[in-house]
Design a protein around this ligand. Sequence first.
Ligand code: C2E
Ligand code: MG
Ligand code: MG
Ligand code: MG
Length: 283
Amino acid sequence: AAKDGGRGRHAVYTPAMGARSRRRVALEQGLRTAVARGELALHWQPKVDIAGWRIVGAEALLRWQHPQLGAVGPSEFIPVAEQCGLIAEIGRWALAEACRAANGPLAGLVVSVNVSPVQLRDAHALAVLREALLAARLPPGRLELEITESVFIGDSDGALERLHALRALGVRVALDDFGTGYSSLAYLRRFPFDTLKIDRAFVSEVLLRADARAIVHTIAQLAGTLGMRTVSEGVETAAQLAAVRQAGCHEVQGYLVSPPLPLDRFLALRAGWPVRQAVPEAG
Ligand code: C2E
Ligand code: MG
Ligand code: MG
Ligand code: MG
């Protein structure tokens, strides 16, 4: 079905292909031109400091509007981009766009960008980051990179060294989705993270299960001891907020505050955010 020894470079549709592989091919082909055609956008999700109930940060989350397939989520297209060598271009676009926003309409906030292990394996990762910061004239401390634990798996290509070099530039580094997957406490000693993001899986069960509650408390305490900030992901209710607050978590992110929003709607949310807003009470 494909030329180039079946490596999928010039893949075409055949009747024998199932719907899933047809979608996959469509995504791959669409991604090749998505940046140039302006189909990608960043949405922004606020991070709120629990103690002061203020918006202190914003996480950039990629959105793709495919001309035929409609909205395609990053959980589906990021892995495709990683596999077909397009993550570098897409990642560079996201970083540049985020840095521009950070030194423009999002001034005053820490802006976070997700970076996959595949991006960190690229020898140009450091140069790409430097270029994005310089082009936007953004002080490095205003940018936070969110990486996942999988960066530690089989680090044969220097991803961890690269991460140390990025941090030496002054950018902040957060460990995303902490507690899932290949989680190991040893990772916390291998890299000086600024922030730990407690995975939504624990937050969503914090009221339902004693084990999840214990894990959230333990992560928050451990992070505090190590001098790292904690963010609870996926906080959807005031009761969950109360639980993670009691555990000593510093910041929350989730539908309770807001889903990720297009920039203009994020700015409207921020503009309407009261100087002193009461922390939502658990009902
Ligand atoms: P993530 O970085 O862990 O982002 C959190 C995901 O949870 C986002 O999904 C967000 O919309 C969703 N979320 C936030 N609050 C809630 C909540 O209260 N309830 C529920 N049910 N979900 C919530 P999204 O935007 O679909 O992104 C999925 C993943 O795609 C991200 O997970 C991240 O790993 C990846 N991703 C997104 N943008 C980028 C990017 O620019 N580069 C890279 N490499 N990966 C990205
Ligand atoms: Mg993230
Ligand atoms: Mg996450
Ligand atoms: Mg996640």
